[in-house]
Ligand binder design. Structure first.
Ligand code: PMP
Length: 355
């Protein structure tokens, strides 16, 4: 979801933005009006996330997956190596891409999910000990704090002697993050930022001097930074919508306030799942995602009926990712508490009618 308020503003400004008599998507990205919008969006994001001055904020093309490539090409030149932690589908996808570009030998993998009483649980590794014990040196450690498909979230901070690169596509601005603990944070836009097509990379200055692999200029963080994210024409309409989302978030009281509502939404939904043997969730309480609540019906033969009736109640896109099946409620920032309440009411009624 995008906030309804944001969509309404976009609608009202569609053909006449900023009193210019044209749409924001029709003007040059180098016009003083768009440059002002871009600068303000960056300032708002810096304020929302409390981003320190020694970080560049880059607005880039290509979504989350483009950043899978970018971190490799920007940091793994001159035979650099990286460690990738695996916690689900998206960290696995990042590893696949990293190996494709840097080669199998450049990437070490470490699984961090264990089963506890048949439930998935994240156990963070002691990387300091790994450094002391081994000969390996890593340019960075990559992990994904919220696995969108698996419904697994990592709330504990990762302690690492190596720079930490985090795929925050489905974490960003859902709760407060201490940016200074990370070397790089990246995110595809289409969850808590804006529409798809845009991605954001928050890169600590010192990372820009690491040796790079040969790469396309549009993927180069240094070139993006030197050109204020306008080396080539950026996705201006997505950037404009992101700027409206940032303003909306500030109006809600910022990330700390939205985080409280997010916690409330998630607790309500997990409570409904735990209270009713009709539903199951396979993740330990401390690693349950607040953004993507995955659940299964104890009797999967009712899945189709559940989805169909949910849709009739205006509850859309509850089908789990094709890889894992079951159900998934993605309850990003723009989803109001009332939306989750409506889902819970429907789930209770469906369970009662089919038990
Ligand atoms: N990482 C995570 C955690 C995601 O959830 C997604 C998309 N769902 C991606 C990466 C890939 O993003 P995109 O489709 O924008 O490339």
């Amino acid at each position: 979801m995008l906030p309804t308020e944001v969509m309404a503003i976009a609608q009202s400004e569609l053909v006449n933005w900023n009193g210019m008599g044209v749409s924001v998507m029709e003007i040059s990205h180098r016009s003083k009006e768009f440059v002002a919008l871009a600068k303000q969006a960056e300032l708002d994001l810096r304020q929302l996330m409390n981003i320190p001055d020694n970080y560049k904020v880059l607005f880039m093309h290509g979504g989350g997956r483009a950043q899978f490539t970018n971190v490799v090409t920007n940091f793994l030149g001159d035979n650099g190596r990286a460690l990738y932690l695996t916690s689900g589908q998206w960290s696995r996808s990042a590893i696949k891409e990293a190996k494709l570009i840097a080669g199998e030998d450049a990437i070490d993998e470490m699984n961090i999910v264990e089963k506890d009483d048949d439930k998935s649980k994240v156990v963070l590794p002691d990387l300091e000990q790994l450094k002391q014990a081994g000969q390996k040196q890593y340019r960075y450690v990559h992990y994904c704090p919220n696995e969108t498909v698996d419904g697994i979230e990592i709330f504990d901070e990762l302690n690492s002697p190596w720079p930490v690169v985090a795929d925050m596509s489905s974490t960003i601005m859902s709760r407060e993050i201490d940016v200074s603990r990370y070397a790089v944070i990246y995110a595809g836009a289409q969850k808590n930022i804006g529409p798809s097509g845009l991605s954001i990379a928050i890169v600590r200055d010192d990372m820009l001097s690491l040796p790079k692999l040969t790469q396309s200029s549009v993927m180069d963080y240094s070139i993006a930074a030197q050109n204020d994210s306008m080396f080539n024409t950026p996705p201006t309409y997505a950037w404009y919508l992101a700027s409206l989302v940032f303003k909306w978030l500030k109006k809600q009281g910022g990330v700390s306030q939205v985080a409280k509502v997010n916690q409330q939404k998630a607790e309500l939904l997990y409570q409904c799942i735990d209270d009713n043997p009709f539903y199951k969730n396979g993740v330990v309480a401390s690693n349950r995602s607040r953004m993507n609540v995955t659940f299964q019906l104890a009797d999967s033969s009712l899945d189709q009926a559940f989805l169909q009736q949910a849709e009739e109640h205006g509850l859309l896109t509850l089908k789990g990712h094709r890889i894992v099946g079951g159900m998934r409620a993605s309850i990003y920032n723009a989803m109001p508490l009332e939306g989750v309440q409506a889902l819970v009411k429907f789930m209770q009624a469906f369970a009662k009618a089919n038990s």
